[in-house]
Design a protein around this ligand. Structure first.
Ligand SMILES: *Cc1c(COP(=O)(O)O)cnc(C)c1O
Length: 530
C-alpha cells in the first residue's frame, strides 16, 4: 500500500537465484523495504505499534536472532522455549486478572503463546467448540458476538464449522446492549465473544453483564483483548477513573486473548491465549500417536514453529515490566486525548461513541448542514496526500437493516505523542480541504466506467445484489478483467490508488460475496509471479 512513488523499477529488479552475493541480496532487500509504508515514526496509524524506543527494537531483534535456529515444536528438546513461554504466560495472567493469588474459583489460569491474534481467536473458538461437543452438543453450534467483533472470529466460524451469529450494534456509538447478546443464549451456543475493546469503534463491550449471564447459562465467554490486553490495564478515563473490570477478574470469562505484537511492542507473530482452568486449556491441544512418526502434541495450530517473536516479546517484558508498560501506555493515553479533542473540534466530523483505549473511529457529523460535513474517507485520502496514513473502514448494513456508517480508524501508539505537532494540523487541514464534498457513491463509480458498469457480471444491476453470477462462479480471468475495468490492476508494485474513497465506495456498494472474490483476486495478483 505504498503511496510515496518510490522507484519500483529499481526495487523490483531481481537477481537470479544462485548468482547474488550476500551484499547484493541485502541491498535489494533494503531497496524493497524503502518502498514500504514507514513502520516507525507514527505516520501509519494502523498495522504497526511503535514504542518510540529503538532500544526495545534492538533488544527484540537480538533476542529473536538468538532463537532463530530453534524449533518451537518441541519444548522438551529446546527447553529454552518452555522457559520463555512459561514466563510470558505468567506475566500475562498477572496483568490480565488471572493471578492465582486473587482467584476465587480455584481454577488456575493457564495458557499458550500463539503466532498472533488470529491464531489466538481461532484456538479460542476451536477449544469452545470441542468442549461444547464433549458436553453432548450436536449439530452446528453458534458463536454469538457483536458484529464489531474481529473478523478472525468469522474466519474461525468458517474453519471450524460454527454458525456466526452477529448481534447488531448502535450506529451512533458502536456499542451493543448486553441484553441483545443475552437474549441469544441457548443450548446450541458454544461461545460468546466480547471485546476489550472492539477494533472498528473501540467500544468496550458489556463484559461483566454478558459473562455473568453466560456463567448462569453454562456458556463459554471469550474476551478478545487482542488490541487492548497489553494497554487497558494502564488505562483510565478522562476523570482518571479506572475502567470497569473487563479481564479474567470477571467471573464467567473463560478465556482471553491479548496480542504481544500490538501493545507488547514485539515484532509480528506473537500473542497469548489464556484459559480459566487447565481442562479448558487442554482442549485446545491436538495430539496423535496414530502415525508411524514422532508422537505429535501441538498446543497451537502450527507444527514446527519459530520462537523468535516469543523471545522478543519475552525480552521486552523483562525490560519493561509493569512500570515500563505503564509509562508507554501514558504516552498513548495523552496522544489519544489530544487527537480525540482535535477531531471533536473539527466541524463536520464526529468521534464514534465513547472509545476506550488507544484507538477510535471517525464518522461524518450529520448534525451539521450538508455543505459543512466532512466525509471520513475523503478526509483520510487528504491526510494521506499529506503523508499520514489513516485506515478507512467501509459501512455495513446489519441484519436488522440498520446501517453502520463508513468511518476512518486511528490506532495511536506511544510514538504518536512525539508527532502530534505535525499530525494535528494535518487532521485539521485535511478536513478543511474536503469539507462539503459528498461521499463517493458506488453507483457513480460504476456509472463512470465504460458502458456504465456493463463489465460487471450481471451489469450495473449487480449493485443491488439481486443479480450477477454467484461469486463462486467468477473465474480468476473474469475477476481480473473486472478489476482492470475498475482501474485496480494498473500498478506494477501492488500499490493501491492514491485516492481510496472510490475503492471503498465500491466495497460498500457491491454485494459482499462479489467484493470478497474481487479482493481475493486483487491480492493474489499483487503477489503472484507476473
Ligand atoms: C488485531 C486484532 C485481532 C487479531 O489480529 P491479528 O492481526 O491476527 O493479530 C483480533 N481482535 C482484535 C480486537 C484485534 O485488534
Amino acid at each position: 500500500m505504498s503511496s510515496d512513488g518510490a522507484d519500483d523499477g529499481e526495487a523490483d529488479r531481481g537477481v537470479n537465484p544462485g548468482t547474488a552475493t550476500h551484499d547484493e541480496v541485502l541491498a535489494r532487500l533494503r531497496a524493497l523495504r524503502a518502498a514500504d509504508a514507514p513502520t516507525h515514526g507514527g505516520h501509519v496509524l494502523s498495522y504497526v505499534y511503535d514504542s518510540g524506543r529503538p532500544d526495545l527494537d534492538e533488544l527484540a531483534a537480538a533476542a529473536a536472532r538468538e532463537m532463530q535456529p530453534v524449533n518451537g515444536l518441541d519444548p522438551t528438546t529446546f527447553t529454552s522455549v518452555a522457559a520463555l513461554e512459561r514466563e510470558v504466560v505468567e506475566f500475562a495472567r498477572l496483568l490480565l486478572g488471572g493471578d492465582p493469588a486473587s482467584d476465587r474459583t480455584g481454577d488456575d489460569v493457564v495458557g499458550s503463546v500463539t503466532s498472533g491474534g488470529t491464531e489466538s481467536c481461532l484456538l479460542a473458538v476451536k477449544t469452545a467448540r470441542d468442549l461444547w461437543r464433549a458436553s453432548g452438543g450436536m449439530g452446528t453450534p453458534r458463536l454469538v458476538a457483536p458484529v464489531t467483533v474481529h473478523a478472525a472470529f468469522r474466519k474461525a466460524a468458517k474453519l471450524f464449522d460454527v454458525h456466526f451469529d452477529g448481534v447488531p450494534v448502535s450506529p451512533l456509538s458502536g456499542t451493543v446492549e448486553a441484553s441483545a447478546i443475552v437474549d441469544r443464549l441457548g443450548q446450541d451456543v458454544a461461545l460468546v465473544v466480547v471485546s476489550a475493546p472492539s477494533y472498528p469503534f473501540a467500544a468496550l463491550d458489556p463484559i461483566g453483564e454478558v459473562a455473568a449471564a453466560c456463567a448462569q447459562a453454562g456458556v463459554a465467554c471469550h474476551v478478545d483483548a487482542c488490541i487492548g490486553g497489553w494497554i487497558l490495564p494502564f488505562w483510565s478515563d478522562d476523570d482518571g477513573a479506572v475502567l470497569p473490570p473487563w479481564d479474567l477478574r470477571v467471573p464467567g470469562v473463560t478465556s482471553l486473548s491479548a496480542d504481544l505484537h500490538k501493545y507488547g511492542y514485539a515484532p509480528k507473530g506473537v500473542s497469548v491465549l489464556l484459559h480459566r482452568g487447565r481442562d479448558r486449556h487442554r482442549a485446545q491441544y491436538f495430539a496423535t500417536t496414530d502415525w508411524p512418526g514422532y508422537p505429535v502434541v501441538n498446543p497451537t495450530l502450527l507444527g514446527s514453529k519459530p520462537a523468535g517473536a516469543l523471545a522478543a516479546a519475552w525480552a521486552i517484558i523483562q525490560v519493561l515490566g509493569k512500570n515500563g508498560f505503564a509509562r508507554l501506555a501514558d504516552k498513548s493515553l495523552r496522544a489519544t486525548r489530544v487527537l480525540l479533542q482535535t477531531v471533536e473540534r473539527i466541524e463536520g466530523l464526529r468521534v464514534v461513541g465513547d472509545p476506550v483505549g488507544p484507538l477510535f473511529a471517525v464518522a461524518t457529523d450529520e448534525s451539521v448542514a450538508e455543505d459543512r460535513r466532512v466525509d471520513p474517507h475523503h478526509w483520510a485520502d487528504a491526510a494521506r496526500a499529506r503523508g499520514w496514513v489513516l485506515q478507512q473502514q467501509p459501512g455495513i448494513v446489519q441484519e436488522n437493516g440498520v446501517r453502520l456508517p463508513h468511518t476512518t480508524h486511528l490506532t495511536v501508539t506511544p510514538v504518536t505523542e512525539d508527532g502530534l505537532g505535525e499530525l494535528v494540523p494535518v487532521l485539521v487541514g485535511a478536513a478543511d480541504a474536503v469539507r462539503g464534498i459528498p461521499a463517493v457513491s458506488g453507483a457513480d463509480v460504476l456509472g463512470a466506467l465504460p458502458g456504465g458498469g456493463a463489465a460487471l457480471p450481471g451489469g450495473p444491476a449487480a449493485l443491488s445484489g439481486e443479480t450477477g453470477p454467484s461469486a463462486g462462479a467468477l473465474d480468476s480471468q473474469t475477476a481480473a478483467t473486472l478489476l482492470g475495468a475498475l482501474g485496480l490492476l494498473d500498478s506494477a508494485d501492488g500499490a493501491l490508488p492514491e485516492r481510496m474513497a472510490p475503492f471503498l465506495a465500491l466495497i460498500e456498494a457491491l454485494p459482499h460475496p462479489l467484493t470478497e472474490r474481487l479482493l481475493t483476486e486483487l491480492l493474489a495478483r499483487v503477489v503472484e509471479p507476473r
